[in-house]
Design a protein around this ligand. Structure first.
Ligand SMILES: [Zn+2]
Length: 128
């Protein structure tokens, strides 16, 4: 497991080189500029071509590989989609839902705390 997770060191490249590599290695979508954005289906982040990491699999001679820049996400080009309006709307909806859930959980906790406090007060008031 540890071996498989061994990080390949990112390679430093000029902008042109990086764009060229993106164009060559991403067989699924066209890249026209490094500032183009993609939505990573695995980690749910919006990434730019500039952020994408270029690594070499083994030593210095392995094939080049491009992976998602997000920590612990090794998504490959196949899992990057164009952030079209549809995708952005979905992201916004997921975000809104997450926030709503957060609020509900927080409200639930607050209610619990309140009811505990109430009980305490109630106990104290009713002490002989
Ligand atoms: Zn990712």
């Amino acid at each position: 497991m540890l071996l498989a997770m061994a990080p390949a060191s990112p390679i430093k490249l000029s902008d042109e080189e990086k764009l060229y590599i993106l164009q060559r290695l991403d067989q699924f979508r066209q890249w026209h500029a490094l500032d183009e954005k993609r939505y990573c289906l695995v980690c749910g982040e919006i990434i730019t071509g500039r952020q994408i990491q270029v690594t070499r699999r083994t030593g210095g001679n392995g094939p080049l590989r491009i992976i998602c820049p997000t920590e612990h996400c090794n998504a490959m080009p196949m899992q990057w989609v164009r952030p079209t309006e549809e995708v952005l709307i979905r992201i916004a909806m997921i975000e809104a839902e997450r926030r709503r859930l957060c609020l509900i959980i927080r409200a639930g906790r607050a209610m619990q705390l309140l009811s505990k406090k109430d009980n305490k007060q109630y106990d104290q008031q009713n002490k002989p």
